[in-house]
Write a protein of this length. Structure first.
Length: 137
C-alpha cells in the first residue's frame, strides 16, 4: 500500500493513505485489520483526511512492513465475514462508532416508548413476535 508518514514518535505513527479520504468501508477494514495485529495497541482512522494513527509496542520496522504488505482487497472479504462472527470479548474491547451509537440509542428509546405507551397484553404480544421472528439479531 502506498502511504506517506505524516508524524512519528517512539510508539506512535500517523500515515496518510489517501489525499481524498477513505470510505466508511475502507476505514472499517483498516481499523479491523490493524487492531487485530500483535504489537498494535490502538488504531485511529481519520476518514476525512485519509490518515491512520497506529500506537504500538513493537518495532517501527515491523509496522512499516505491515503497511507495505497491506491491501484492502485482501482484507475486505475476510473482514466482512469476520464481523459476522465477532466474539463478546472483542465487542467489549472495541469502540463503537458514533453513527452506530446513535442508531442503538434511538432503537432503545423507541422500545422504551413502546413499553410505556402500549398496554401490557399488547406489549407481551409484541415482544413474543420479536422473539419468534428474531429479525433484530
Amino acid at each position: 500500500m502506498k502511504y506517506r508518514i505524516e508524524a512519528q514518535s517512539k510508539r506512535r505513527i500517523r500515515v496518510r493513505l489517501r489525499s481524498s479520504g477513505l470510505t466508511e468501508e475502507e476505514a472499517r477494514i483498516l481499523e479491523y485489520a490493524f487492531s487485530g495485529m500483535p504489537g498494535v495497541t490502538k488504531v485511529t482512522v481519520y476518514r476525512a483526511t485519509g490518515n491512520c494513527a497506529l500506537e504500538f509496542d513493537c518495532g517501527i520496522d515491523e509496522i512499516l512492513g505491515r503497511l507495505d504488505r497491506f491491501r484492502f482487497e485482501n482484507v475486505g472479504m475476510f473482514a466482512r465475514e469476520a464481523e459476522k462472527r465477532i466474539s463478546m470479548s472483542e465487542m467489549k474491547s472495541r469502540k463503537l462508532d458514533e453513527q452506530l451509537k446513535t442508531k442503538l440509542r434511538l432503537r432503545i428509546l423507541a422500545e422504551m416508548a413502546a413499553d410505556i405507551v402500549m398496554p401490557m397484553p399488547i406489549q407481551v404480544g409484541y415482544h413474543l413476535w420479536q422473539m419468534i421472528t428474531l429479525k433484530n439479531l
